[in-house]
Design a protein around this ligand. Sequence first.
Ligand SMILES: C[S@@+](CC[C@H](N)C(=O)[O-])C[C@H]1O[C@@H](n2cnc3c(N)ncnc32)[C@H](O)[C@@H]1O
Length: 220
Amino acid sequence: MNEPQIDIRQKIKQLVAQSDPTAWFEVLYADSQGDANQVPWAKLAPHPYLQDWLINHTPQGEQPSALVIGCGLGDDAQALATAGYQVTAFDISPTAIAWCQKRFPDTNVNYLVADLLAIPSQWQQAFDLVFESRNIQALPVNIRSQVIQSVASLVAPGGTLLVITGFRETEAEPDGPPWFLSQSELAMFAEINFTEVNKLPFLELERLHLRIEYQRQTAN
Ligand SMILES: C[S@@+](CC[C@H](N)C(=O)[O-])C[C@H]1O[C@@H](n2cnc3c(N)ncnc32)[C@H](O)[C@@H]1O
């Protein structure tokens, strides 16, 4: 999540305090009434560090599959489809998914409402590429291990997991949202047999972020 404007930040803090860790997203999207300025992470463009990655990583094979987690308003999913992936994109918010379908009526992306914490069984280890941008950090630290396990479970053996996240240089729990990831939290990916292929630090709104490419080992 980017740094929201101050009044939206206060609104998000109130929503987080009032509801379970995922229920407030739908409230925020619905309250925005189609105004993307009210959705602090929505830039109506693909993430520049996804676009940069796609320049140097052309899809291998015939239409490999890609899954976009917490796809928001759909720009990253559209970029992956344009690059040649067969894309499934999901979000917990029905309003966000309806918004994607309205923005991209002729899309070949399969936009779906689904919950990362209750993923369909047929998605287990099913996707050649999984794109996870700024969703883990949007969920509280006390469910981090569960969220990371869920993200990891979607990647096919030998497949790629591309993560974009804010990074915190201390293990102390931050005052989120967002709750940027720490070194020990990122280490969970290695513990579940993901190899780090590439890590690129960058600044977003003057805060340290990482783009990390992992590969799932073939036997696990
Ligand atoms: C901070 S936004 C990031 C959106 C997008 N990935 C990006 O980088 O711009 C988090 C997104 O994850 C979605 N989300 C939150 N919890 C989820 C869950 N349990 N399952 C699926 N989507 C979820 C929210 O509705 C929201 O669209």
